[in-house]
Design a protein around this ligand. Structure first.
Ligand code: ZN
Length: 287
């Protein structure tokens, strides 16, 4: 029986082209399940295809990342240099295409979707909101949870992406029981409590293993106060590897370091924390 789950990885990205299968096997052999997250149509398709290559333990989410709704973002780790021109145009969310994709494999959530205020320009934010609302509607239709990407701009305290996401979900999610998870959580205790009340889980990533910088995010207080039955963990591989792998390419099997840290902060054993997180993921994603 697996014990660990990385609820947000991108082994579907170009960064894993050379050894993708070895990375997944390493995770599965170590009792770690993986959810690969799509960021636009092509990375979503790759994530879905991968679910059919393994009997169990590999799942996908499909969606359009807020950054990919606009122009001028490109990361070679994602799909490679040759896709540069395609990237720079930005993608318009096409609900029907994603709906088709959902039928082709083990799709467990819609996203990553949400709001990214890191590079905040009014026109970009409008595009992000439109794509996000359409993905909330798709999640309603398919009865799937939301995989949320939320990022604030640390130099702009007048806008809070966590609050704006909360309001949009409340307004557009038609389901009785709202379901979702805020991956790579970096909000404050208030943002966390608002989400918990709504039914949105809180997932922590590699930075919780770094030296605390409470002026940027007070992870310790947030983790202490997040109920154990609403916590998840994610690597966001290939990015932001936890200590002691910091600086290297991240991979799903490292999720254990994040879970260890959550256990330490909550004064629990690694075993009971891992068990709770695994049970939470099974419940949220209906695995
Ligand atoms: Zn991601």
């Amino acid at each position: 029986m697996p014990k660990y789950i990385d609820i947000h990885a991108h082994t579907n990205f170009k960064a894993f082209e050379e050894d993708r299968d070895a990375v997944i096997r390493r995770a599965l052999d170590n009792g770690t399940w993986v959810i690969n997250v799509g960021t636009q149509l092509d990375t979503s398709r790759k994530a879905v295809e991968m679910t059919n290559e393994y009997k169990e333990g590999v799942y996908a989410t499909i969606g359009l990342h807020p950054i990919h709704t606009g122009a001028s973002y490109h990361d070679a780790n994602e799909l490679g240099e040759e896709n540069k021109e395609f990237f720079s145009r930005g993608e318009i969310f096409d609900k029907e295409k994603y709906k088709e994709l959902a039928k082709l494999g083990k799709v467990v959530a819609i996203g990553e979707c949400g709001l990214d205020y890191y590079h905040m320009e009014p026109e970009t934010i409008e595009k992000q909101k439109k794509a996000f609302i359409e993905q909330i509607e798709l999640a309603n239709e398919l009865n799937l949870p939301l995989m949320l990407h939320i990022r604030n701009n640390p130099t702009d305290k007048t806008h809070n992406a966590y609050f704006d996401v909360y309001e949009l979900i409340k307004k557009y999610s038609k389901r009785e029981e709202i379901k979702g998870v805020s991956h790579f959580f970096a909000g404050n205790v208030e943002d966390m409590k608002r989400f918990i009340e709504l039914g949105v889980y809180i997932s922590f990533a590699g930075p919780i293993t770094y030296k605390p910088k409470p002026e940027i995010c007070d992870y310790i207080s947030v983790i202490k106060e997040t109920p154990l039955d609403m916590i998840l963990a994610d690597t966001d591989s290939p990015y932001v590897a936890p200590v002691p792998y910091r600086g290297k390419r991240n991979e799903p099997v490292y999720v254990r370091e994040i879970i260890k840290k959550i256990a330490e902060i909550k004064s629990l054993t690694e075993e009971e924390t891992a068990e709770a997180i695994f049970a939470n993921a099974k419940r949220l994603f209906d695995l």
